[in-house]
Design a protein around this ligand. Structure first.
Ligand code: NAD
Length: 297
């Protein structure tokens, strides 16, 4: 029995970050110090970890970072006021507001408030529109990371049948859009789909973005398929905390031709693409370079 190739997102992200470090040096030589502002409201432990990792990665490659921490009881005008100040600050090139926000704050209002040119998460409706139209803009990081890993494994995605499991605005829909732009045939499976496993079993490429621990087992996967697991789920095994994906790695790795692990798959790519977007945003704001087309991610 053959075992699937493990797609090493950690190594690929490290390779990408090395290249991005050089981009930062080139920008600095032209008098631009790329700067990412990270806004954290409250003290959700998982968000704390995400923010710490993003700031660390930024510093490692020479990107300036600004950590803006607000208490959990911050009201919307105060948060929108901070975003307005960051929008107006020419030294800040990228703004990321860590989600989820505490109850009482409306995520869509906060995303709408970020200047599209600084929206390094790629969630603003202007960037979403650009992504759908295939125009240059800032594309969301996790979907871009998925496409990058796929292209490292299968150079030409044209004509492949991709099944995306999940239809969220931050992963499922944008990754489906990028797969279409890569000329895949596309099926999106979601919570109301009938026979989700059967649909998924037709795929050459499976992208799992569900948020259900190990939902996708070998019965969902065609022999030889490429499987990208976006899920990050915290479970307990023998009383100990464990991080698992939406894919049952043990069973699927005996069927698939290639598969991303959790952790060490898509997660590191998300951070690498956040850095890439910050650098592109800084360059664009200084008129130094055109941002890459969203579809090129
Ligand atoms: P979400 O809850 O917003 O969306 C989940 C989607 O799954 C929904 O569209 C729903 O229709 C679908 N779904 C639910 N049950 C289903 C079922 N039984 N069969 C088929 N589809 C079903 O989640 P999200 O924000 O898209 O995140 C998905 C997962 O990806 C989570 O585990 C999240 O933690 C993870 N995530 C990882 C990264 C990363 O950097 N690796 C980034 C974002 C999200």
């Amino acid at each position: 029995m053959s075992v699937a190739h493990m797609i090493d997102g950690k190594a690929e992200a490290a390779r990408l970050l090395d290249m991005l470090r050089e981009d930062v040096s080139r920008l600095r030589a032209q008098g631009v110090a790329p700067c990412l502002a990270v806004v954290l409201v409250g003290n959700d432990p998982a968000s704390e970890v995400y923010v710490r990792n993003k700031v660390l990665r930024a510093r490692e490659i020479g990107i300036e970072s600004l950590e803006c921490r607000l208490p959990a009881d911050t009201d919307e005008p105060a948060l929108l006021g901070l975003i307005a100040r960051l929008n107006a600050d020419p030294a800040v090139h990228g703004i990321l507001v860590q989600m989820p926000l505490p109850a009482g704050l409306t995520e869509s209002a906060v995303i709408d408030a970020i200047a599209p040119a600084k929206d390094v998460d790629g969630f603003h409706r202007e960037n979403v529109g650009r992504l759908v139209l295939g125009e240059p803009g800032l594309a969301p990081c996790t979907p871009s990371g998925c496409l990058h890993l796929l292209r490292r494994i299968a150079h030409d995605l044209s004509g492949k049948h991709a099944v995306v499991v999940g239809r969220s605005n931050i992963v499922g829909k944008p990754v489906a859009t990028l797969l279409l732009q890569a000329n895949c045939s596309l099926t999106v499976v979601h919570s109301r789909s009938v026979n989700a496993a059967q649909l998924c079993r037709q795929a050459d490429i499976v992208i799992a973005a569900v948020g259900k621990p190990q939902l996708i087992d070998a019965n969902w996967v065609k022999p030889g398929a490429i499987v990208i697991d976006v899920g990050i789920n915290r479970i307990e095994v023998d009383g100990k905390p464990k991080l698992v994906g939406d894919v049952d790695y043990a069973s699927v790795s005996r069927v698939a031709s290639a598969i991303t692990p959790v952790p060490g798959g898509v997660g590191p790519m998300t951070i690498a693409f956040l850095m890439k977007n910050t650098i592109a945003a800084a360059a664009a704001q200084h008129g130094l370079r055109q941002q890459a087309p969203a579809s090129a991610a």
